[in-house]
Design a protein around this ligand. Structure first.
Ligand SMILES: [Zn+2]
Ligand SMILES: [Zn+2]
Length: 334
């Protein structure tokens, strides 16, 4: 079978590999869609400390169980299910977390083995009828967005700002609407990408410069109830705190580069305005199931966000599209 394997930064190869064989307690699936995201672009450029090459990449996975033909979606982040955090239901911050495409071979392959660990934490979801494989593969990033918005308490009547108009930003706009947000404003410094995203997700306003001033203007000086940074930008995080309304919630959804993670924070803004700043680290198996449900119900549409469908042989083109911001969602069809 064909696989896309990471060997070293800048070195991903399309190779022939023997078809994997499922061991006891494992599941073999025929991958139908594995979508790409900014993380794949980051791994391609810099590698990742959890990836010991060679490794088949790809963590937004949907396919068919070889034995039964069942249509399934597979989680990316695998909690251990037994540590103190997992016992408290905090599965997104399990310190023993492993990931598909990092610790285990992922979905950029014709066939893939689902490890027993994934099955043990209910990490394989039946794809609801009416939901395609490509849409189902987007359940994983959507699950991460659900986790972020649940931690930030996005709810009815909120004015929400999403900073970053990539695929994750688009999913945040759609999810905020589904949760009853009053207005959603989309910010990106790249005017072209912002226009492409806005065309699809129709925010109430787009902002490509001076976001703090613009958000204050749009909200009559009050600021936004929730600000979500879906960009690896310290400047965006600093602006997010300054544009939040009193008792506003700020989600530092996107992480910062490892070598530049420190921002300047006016802690008096947090103090006097009673701000809440939350993080977000991936998603739990339950978030993945919820994401599939929302897609099936039509509460969050994802099909139109899939702008490119490419065969496995073009996985590098897909990653290139993602890193240039020239696509919303690129899905690979092995
Ligand atoms: Zn991803
Ligand atoms: Zn755990």
């Amino acid at each position: 079978m064909k696989v896309a394997r990471f060997h070293a930064p800048g070195d991903i190869r399309i190779e022939d590999a023997p078809e994997p064989v499922a061991g006891p307690g494992e599941l073999k699936i025929r991958v139908r869609n594995c979508s790409t995201c900014g993380t794949d672009a980051k791994i391609y450029k810099f590698g990742h400390h959890h990836i010991r090459p060679p490794r088949v990449m790809g963590h937004e996975i949907a396919g068919e169980v070889v034995d039964t033909g069942a249509r399934v979606q597979v989680i990316a982040a695998i909690p251990c299910g037994s540590c103190a955090d997992c016992a408290r239901g905090r599965r997104t911050v399990c310190p023993n977390q492993e990931s598909m495409g990092y610790h285990y071979d992922g979905g950029f392959a014709e066939y893939m083995i689902v490890p027993a660990k994934v099955l043990a934490v209910d990490g394989v979801n039946a794809i609801p009828s009416g939901v395609g494989f490509a849409e189902a593969s987007v359940a994983e990033p959507l699950a991460c967005v659900l986790n972020g918005q649940s931690l930030a308490g996005v709810g009815a009547g909120d004015d929400v700002v999403v900073m970053g108009a990539g695929p994750i930003g688009c999913l945040h706009v759609r999810t905020a609407r589904a949760r009853g947000a009053a207005r959603v404003f989309l910010v990106d410094v790249n005017a072209q990408r912002l226009a492409m995203a806005a065309e699809l997700v129709r925010p109430d306003a787009t902002i490509d410069a001076d976001p703090v001033e613009q958000v204050l203007k749009l909200t009559g000086g009050r600021g936004a109830d929730v600000v979500i940074t879906a960009a690896a930008s310290g400047a965006a995080q600093e602006q997010a705190v300054r544009m939040a309304a009193r008792q506003g919630r700020i989600s530092f959804f996107g992480g910062l580069p490892k070598d530049d993670p420190v921002i300047a924070l006016d802690s008096n803004l947090v103090h006097y305005r009673e701000l809440t700043i939350v993080g977000a680290n991936g998603s739990s198996p339950a978030h993945n199931a919820e994401a599939l449900r929302l897609v099936a119900e039509g509460a969050v549409t994802v099909s139109d966000l899939i702008t490119h469908r490419l065969p496995l042989s073009q996985v590098l083109d897909g990653i290139d599209l993602v890193s240039r911001g020239a696509a919303i969602k690129v899905t690979i069809e092995p």
